[in-house]
Ligand binder design. Sequence first.
Ligand code: HEM
Length: 414
Amino acid sequence: MTTAAQFTDIDLSTVDLTDLSYFQDGPPHELFARMRKEANPHWNALSGGDQPGFWSFTRAADIQAISRDSGTFSSAVGGVFATLRGAAPVEVLREVILGMDPPRHTQQRNVVQAVFTPKLIRQKEIAIRETVNRLIDNIIERGECDFVEEIAVELPLLVIADMLGVPLEDRRQLFEWTNRLSQAAATSDPELGLGALMEIGGYLTGITAARKANPGDDLVSRLVHAEVDGEKLTEQEVALFFGLLMFAGNDTTRNTAAGGMRALIENPGERQKLVDGTATIPNAVEEMLRWVNPVIYFARVATQDATVGGHTVKAGERVVMWYSAGSRDPELVAEPTRFDVSREKTPHLAFGGGGAHFCLGNQLARLELKVLFEELIKRVPDMQFAGPIDRLVSSFSNELTSMPVTFTPGTRLQ
Ligand code: HEM
């Protein structure tokens, strides 16, 4: 197994980031820091020889340059994972917006964009606060809980189930599919992801039929009634869109909430600033996003020769944008290895490098996290660890799976 200490003298030419042992304790930040300085970009050869390898980019400016040039760096040609084996087969990934190129990408993004405007998202604040307080009520008298299971998992699931317009009782099923997609991305097992997507398709048949006859203002209704080039989306397109929204909206927000709370417990002085009001929750949320950076990377394939950071990428070569590394680039943010909630609007790449695929749900995620931490700091300001923290070992998802905590019991609101 590779440990953080070994990263200081490892021969970078031997590093293969598809080997999950590098991610045993989360993203290998010390290694990324060396790659940024000594191997920019780093050529990642793949063992087995059936695939050609990829360039790893770890500087924020390079990642932003790649992300903003979707004409040169395609999401559709070879999929958005580091190798051809990702969360689902490349042909399937091409059918979700994340894996499309313009103009199809722009058309499909427009189908749901209108639901994610800042104004519509702001209107959800009261409902989100009620949900957060219900979750805190469920644990507050006990003085202990698994933060991941009972808070971090539940909040985004309830919010996205409501937006999609599926029964809230079904959320555990959504959770199970989301986890399988996350596992598929972690283990590069496209069959696992495909299985989950097929089950989602089956589940949706009844719901889409009901929304066709009787549309509401939810996302599924929008998907079944949308037209792209005068054509309705096919059932498969609807199912894949649903799967993507569910996956994109769940895992990421959950992992920021859990990783953010962990960082507050590990840095009591920073948490105190929030309790005293000397730092603001919105600024703390941006720092948590930078610190946790839940989506570790996405990849692209160059469709023509291009220069990035002074290096020529040849047509057909795969590039991996390590967002986690970009968010800790000292060129982007001073003292990046310090968790500091009083930074003003800290810049980060948690939502991507700012190109056409920039996270559609960023306002929603920010709102969920702001309300969650406002209520937590008010009602349960003294959480402490109460047992071992577990994580999913993944190069794609910075994900905690369990974090037992204790705190001074309080009283329910409702
Ligand atoms: C903290 C939470 C979140 C993080 C860190 C996050 C991160 C990301 C990242 C890194 C991308 C790809 C950007 C790129 O490669 O350029 C992305 C895309 C996307 N996200 Fe999020 N996301 C979060 C929450 C959400 C939520 C709540 C939703 C809403 C349901 C959502 C929906 C999407 C969609 C639909 C895309 C695809 C956009 C496209 O391809 O055009 N995300 N997100």
